[in-house]
Every structure is written in C-alpha cells, then in structure tokens.
Design a protein around this ligand. Structure first.
Ligand code: AMP
Length: 279
C-alpha cells in the first residue's frame, strides 16, 4: 500500500496505469467504518488495482457546518485498510486541491438543489467538483460509492454522463448497525440518548415499507406517518420524500420504483437514510 500525498505524483501514476488493468477507486473523507470498507472490498472484487482517497473536502461543507470538527484519524484508517488489497491511498492537502487562485466549479443543475441540496446549498457543487478533480488525477475505470448517499450517486452519474467521463459508478448497498442505523462517520457525534433517537430514520423507513405492502400508495399519507414517528423519537425532520429514483422527483402515488429519502436532525447532528419503498 503506497500512501501518496502529492497531486503531481498521483497524477503521474494515473497517467501510466497498465492498459488492460481495471482501476477501482473509492473516494472517502476517512474515519472509516464498515460502510467504507465494504466499498473497498467491492473494489477489490471488481478491479485489479484499488485506489482509496482520504480527503475531507472543504468545498462541500457550508460555512456553519462541521468541517473543522469532522472526525479524522489517518493512522486508524490506514490500519483498517491494511486488511484489504489497497494499492494506493491518495490523501492530498486542501492547499494542493484548492490553491489560492482556484476558480473552477462543477454545477449539476436541478437535482443538486433539491432534498439535501435544498438544506445544504453548494454541497453538491463541492462534491461534483472534487470528484471530477479526483477522477482527472486518478483516471479510474470504476468508482465505488455507497447508496447511503443516494442523491450524491444520482448527481455524480449525471455529471459523468454529461461531461463524457469514462469512469463508471458502481453503487453499493448501505451497511447498517445491528439495530438498523445506517453507518456514518457522523454517528460518533451522538450521545447514548441520541443514539437511541437516531433509530427513527430506519424505523420510519420500515413503517413506510410495511404500509406500502399493506396497499397504501398516497405518499402524503406515508410522509405524515413517517414524520410523526420521527417526532415521537425526538428527531427533527429536515425532509421526508418519496421519489422516482433516477430524477429524484417527488411522486404523489408510490409504485414499486419509489424510494423513500429522509434527512433528520438528532440534536445538532443531521443524519440521512433511504431505501426502496418496496423493501
Ligand atoms: P464519506 O467518507 O462519508 O464521504 O463516504 C465515502 C463513501 O462511503 C461514500 O460513497 C458513501 O456513500 C459511502 N458510505 C458511507 N456510509 C455508508 C454506509 N453506511 N454504507 C455504505 N456506504 C457508505
């Protein structure tokens, strides 16, 4: 496992991949849990060379968000990665990625400003920009990303298609704790009481799935029931939305394609989750 901090060095490696070898890339912000590691395992399965990036990308955090307090532990991350076949870990500094004269941004219109984009203006602009930079540096064939960030996958698929990039996204399943809470680096912010409250996202998904199975199709009803459940647990709803999975447009009447998407504040911590309504 080679650890590369220099953009220039990584780009030289990226320019000289063996033709015929499939390059699998796992972009992350570090502080690994099983969700991240499942992506690395999938990259190992589907590619000959695996590259993992660890970069807490400042441009995807809003001014009042948790960029400074975002958990970081490079030593622990590298130890966890040593259980996998990782050829390169790319961890550049912010100064190299965004030098003082940096001026270029990638905007995926429409789908970047709904759901998480509505509550986090500029977030997907930062995500799209850093991912395009990373794939220009690394030139991977496949990029492994978690469906935990379902909107992120949708926005980036659109960017890769619109900008004729060769990289393809491989969406990977959400990894959950035993009780159903989706794993997230931000779960560390939760105190024991909040950890219990955080289960409301998964419970709301399960309730909606059950109600869908019982034949309920009106999303206005499903949404109200989910919101009531979240409130009972002590969560504050940011959004609960029932969407068509390619466009992320809300639907009034659910069908077997519909996905439930939600973001909830537990105290100051904002958690997201999603699942197919069909289960
Ligand atoms: P992050 O470090 O939060 O930027 O996440 C890096 C990658 O890990 C993204 O593609 C996430 O969607 C993915 N990821 C985060 N949590 C999970 C999870 N619980 N299950 C699967 N993938 C995840």
């Amino acid at each position: 496992m080679q650890i590369i901090n220099s953009v220039k060095t990584m780009q030289e490696i990226g320019n000289n991949w063996d033709a015929g070898k499939r390059i699998g890339f796992v972009p992350t912000m570090g502080y690994f849990h099983q969700g991240h590691l499942s992506l690395v395992a999938e990259a190992n399965k589907q590619s000959e060379i695996t590259v993992v990036s660890i970069f807490v990308n400042p441009s995807q955090f809003g001014p009042n968000e948790d960029f400074d307090s975002y958990p970081r532990d490079m030593q622990r991350d590298l130890e966890l990665l040593s259980n996998y076949k990782v050829d390169y870990v790319f961890s550049p500094s912010s100064e190299q990625m965004y030098p003082q004269d940096y001026r270029t941004w990638v905007e995926v219109e429409g789908i970047s400003s709904i759901l998480c984009g509505a509550s986090r203006p500029g977030h997907f602009r930062g995500v799209a920009t850093v991912i395009l930079k990373l794939i220009n540096i690394l030139k991977p064939n496949l990029m492994f990303m978690g469906e935990k960030d379902f909107q992120q996958v949708t926005v980036l698929k659109k960017m890769l298609k619109d900008l004729n990039c060769i990289t393809q996204i491989v969406p990977c399943h959400i990894i959950r704790e035993d009780d159903g809470l989706a794993m997230s680096s931000r779960n560390i912010y939760l105190n024991p009481e909040q950890r219990k409250q955080a289960l409301c996202l998964f419970k709301a998904i399960q309730q909606a799935q059950t109600q869908y199975k019982q034949g309920i199709r009106e999303t206005i009803f499903l949404q109200k029931e989910a919101a009531d459940l979240v409130k009972k647990f002590g969560g504050i709803v940011d959004y609960i939305s029932f969407v068509e999975p390619n466009t992320l447009q809300e639907v009034a009447i659910a069908d077997d394609n519909t996905r439930i998407m939600l973001a909830v504040f537990i105290g100051k911590t904002r958690l997201i989750d999603n699942a197919p309504l069909k289960g």
